[in-house]
Design a protein around this ligand. Sequence first.
Ligand SMILES: Nc1ncnc2c1ncn2[C@@H]1O[C@H](COP(=O)(O)OP(=O)(O)OP(=O)(O)O)[C@@H](O)[C@H]1O
Ligand SMILES: [Mg+2]
Length: 434
Amino acid sequence: RFFSFAAPVFTTPGPARGALLAEVDVYRFDQNWPTSPAAVFFTNAAGRIIVSNRAELTMLKRSLPDFLGHSRQSRAGHDIWTLSAGPYLPARALHLSRALPVIGVTAEILADTAPARQIATLQAAVAGAFALVFGAFGLFAAERRRALADANARLEARVAERTRELVTANRDLTREIGERREAEEALKQAQADLVQAGKLSALGQMSAGLSHELNQPLMAIRSFADNAGKYLDRGKLDQARGNLGHISDLARRMGRIIQNLRAFVRNEKEPVARVDLVQVIDSAVELTGARLKAEAVTLDWQPPAEPVAVLGGEVRLTQVFVNLINNAADAMAGQPQDRRVTITIEPGARPQVVIRDTGPGIADPDRIFEPFYTTKAVGSGSAAGGEDGMGLGLSISYGLVQSFGGDIRGTNAPGRGAIFSVVLEPWKNREQAA
Ligand SMILES: Nc1ncnc2c1ncn2[C@@H]1O[C@H](COP(=O)(O)OP(=O)(O)OP(=O)(O)O)[C@@H](O)[C@H]1O
Ligand SMILES: [Mg+2]
């Protein structure tokens, strides 16, 4: 393809001398056009495309409305053409143009919008992805908030439920404590009743001896009184006075026995206090003395000169030793001879009373402190040889000694007989501690 440019050459005064013709081979120019994704073309003043890097455009009339079937629209100030011109021209292209008046042509270019769209799509995708990520974060945060709120609500519900349960448990506990207190009170009362019952049982055991002990001086008083009368009749005033003195002594002795009995039966409620062990054993010996004498039991009791102060209740401690002496007498009741009870006090850091007998010994030492454990006939009555037990004496004594902070033990002596020992808290220690 050639473009020819012709121009006449004139002489200065006259007509044309000739013509100058220049021919340009555009084909070679077309051939060497560097490949470019954009379609480039130059249009002359007549609107015809004279040079292009797309062969199909060359020599087309650019201004025709059906030029390559294009329609055009303006997008954000850009001239966008829509084409249907085969595979070598873009379907949508950005159209740019610039007039080149020096050579009388207009340079135009059709750049494919697809890459830009791709970039825009990519940017949109990236933005979308960001939005998605942020959205996801937002969603995650919202979900977390919702989960937290849910967990919180659940926790509050559980706390409320636990609180309700605790309140109920507390109420139950308070009621149980009340019931327990009542039970404790009832138990204390029952124990006190038992202690009283134990005393009555001991009294039953001692009653024969006691009535003998009271009867004997009474008989003596009677005969002393009778004789005193006779002495008075005969004017023997000294003898009469002597008899009256005997009567007075006997009455004092009876009074002491009755006083001891009353103290023994008294329901002692006093807290623990200073008690003289020697005095306590003296009272117990006095209470049981009549029985021992009646049953021909030798009592070996040498009270120490000094008092032994311990912690306890006088009446209750007396009851313990009365029980132990009665048990010893019971054990030896069927024995024809060698009936002996030995009582010793060992003062010291923890004063101890040891009561030893010469009976057959304890049959089952592990069980003797069990309530109602007895080897004696139950309810057979003291009339049947004085051996009659409820099995309460030792269990009551155990409770009493424990309540004074002491200890009671029963073992068999190496030879024969039983040994019971009662260890008590010394009163001195208590004073020092206070
Ligand atoms: N000195 C002892 N020698 C042998 N056995 C004893 C002696 N003291 C206690 N026992 C045994 O321990 C048992 C329980 O004694 P405990 O004083 O508790 O009850 P009891 O004497 O049988 O009845 P209660 O004292 O109620 O009248 C006795 O039945 C007896 O078997
Ligand atoms: Mg007993």
